[in-house]
Design a protein around this ligand. Sequence first.
Ligand SMILES: *[C@@H]1O[C@H](CO)[C@@H](O)[C@H](O)[C@H]1NC(C)=O
Length: 236
Amino acid sequence: MLLRGVLLAVQALQLAGALDLPTGSCAFEESTCGFDSVFAFLPWILNEEGHYIYVDTSFAKQGEKAVLLSSDLQAEEWSCLRLVYQITTSSGSPSDPSLLNLYVRFEDESFDRLLWSAKEPSDSWLIASLDLQNTSKRFKILIEGVLGQGDTASIALFEIKMTTGYCIECDFEENHLCGFVNRWNPNVNWFVGGGSVRNSHSVLPQDHTFKSELGGQLLAISHTAKGKPTSLSPAR
Ligand SMILES: *[C@@H]1O[C@H](CO)[C@@H](O)[C@H](O)[C@H]1NC(C)=O
């Protein structure tokens, strides 16, 4: 009986190791983990080869949106939420750009709090780091992609990762880049961008309960046409 219990515990550990990512996280390898598209809106499409989810104007129109909702989450300590994302458009800087918005929906509230928003198109994957204040309430993360102007506008998410503790700085000298390094080719040039999520890539609302200076890192990772990141460069 005891041995059986130990074996089960070992198996559970192995399973946890295989899944690897903490609750509130998803690498979009084969599934969208606990994140589901909200039925009333466009679906986020999983690209299994590229390991990302996206919504684009090949199957939807300008102004339409896709909404992704996490399972119930808890953050009894300050936590760090990182998002690897990319917004693209065929038409330069359109007056009506695509938007990627991240909201927090607390269990006892009937409205969503906008925590972060980005609208600048880029040639690279970008990493946004957001500190989440500890709370005793359960909440869900809601990620909304709104398609803007452009024949080929698209919004893609490569990874969502929620970890306990404040966001650490992504620092190559300490051999880590926000914990994302393992998924990418080690023979690449890594540069750490000094930008802040409050720069031109994002718009932060003033009225929210979270720490006002959310994170401080914004990285850009170049990738090939197939969507596989090949290098990292500072975001502008
Ligand atoms: C956050 O954590 C601190 C320290 O543990 C605690 O004093 C505070 O009440 C917590 N805040 C919330 C909203 O749970």
